[in-house]
Design a binder for this molecule. Structure first.
Ligand code: IDP
Ligand code: MG
Length: 143
C-alpha cells in the first residue's frame, strides 16, 4: 500500500548546498513529491516539532540547530514510505550509517545529520500536517 512520510533537508545540508543532490537521491529511490517548501523555523515551531524529544539532553541544541537557517520539508509518497525512506537516509549517527545513504554522504555528526525522516505512519501524518495545509498537498498527478 502506498503511504506517506515527511523528509526534511535540515539547515546544515541546505547551507552546504546539498538540496539538489538529496532531492535527486529521494526521487531516484522511487518516492513521489507531494509537497515541498523552504522555511526558516521559529524557536517555538522547532520546539513544537521536536516536542517528543523535550526531555532529552540534546533538545536545546537540536532546537538551536533546526532554527540556525532555512530547511526544506518535503512530503513524500511511496509503498512502504516510512521504512524505505529511513533506509535511504541511514542511521541517525553517520558513523553507523550504511554506505551510499544520505547521512553517510552528507551528515557531519549525530546532531548535524543532514535530514529528518518520520518514524511511523502516525507521526508522518502529524509531521506533514505540521508543515503543509491540505491545499499544499498535491494528491493526484499526473492527471
Ligand atoms: P532520527 O532523526 O534518526 O529519527 P532521533 O533520535 O529522532 O533521530 O533524534 C532527532 C534528532 O536529534 C536527530 O536527527 C539529530 O539531529 C538529533 N540528535 C539525536 N541524538 C542526538 C545526540 O545524541 N546528540 C545530539 N543530537 C542528537
Ligand atoms: Mg526521529
Amino acid at each position: 500500500m502506498s503511504n506517506k512520510t515527511l523528509a526534511i533537508i535540515k539547515p546544515d545540508a541546505v547551507n552546504d548546498n546539498h538540496v539538489g543532490e538529496i532531492i535527486s537521491m529521494i526521487c531516484k529511490a522511487g518516492f513521489k513529491v507531494k509537497a515541498l517548501k523552504m522555511i526558516k523555523l521559529s524557536e517555538d515551531a522547532a520546539k513544537a516539532f521536536y516536542e517528543i524529544h523535550k526531555e532529552k539532553p540534546f533538545y536545546g541544541e537540536l532546537v538551536e540547530y533546526m532554527t540556525s537557517g532555512p530547511c526544506v520539508p518535503i512530503a513524500l509518497e511511496k509503498e512502504n514510505a516510512v521504512e524505505d525512506y529511513r533506509k535511504l537516509i541511514g542511521a541517525t549517527n553517520p558513523a553507523n550509517a550504511a554506505e551510499g545513504t544520505v547521512r553517510k554522504l552528507y551528515a557531519k555528526s549525530v546532531q548535524y545529520n543532514a535530514v529528518h525522516g518520520s518514524d511511523s505512519d502516525e507521526n508522518a501524518a502529524k509531521e506533514i500536517a505540521f508543515f503543509f495545509g491540505s491545499k499544499e498537498l498535491i494528491e493526484n498527478y499526473p492527471a
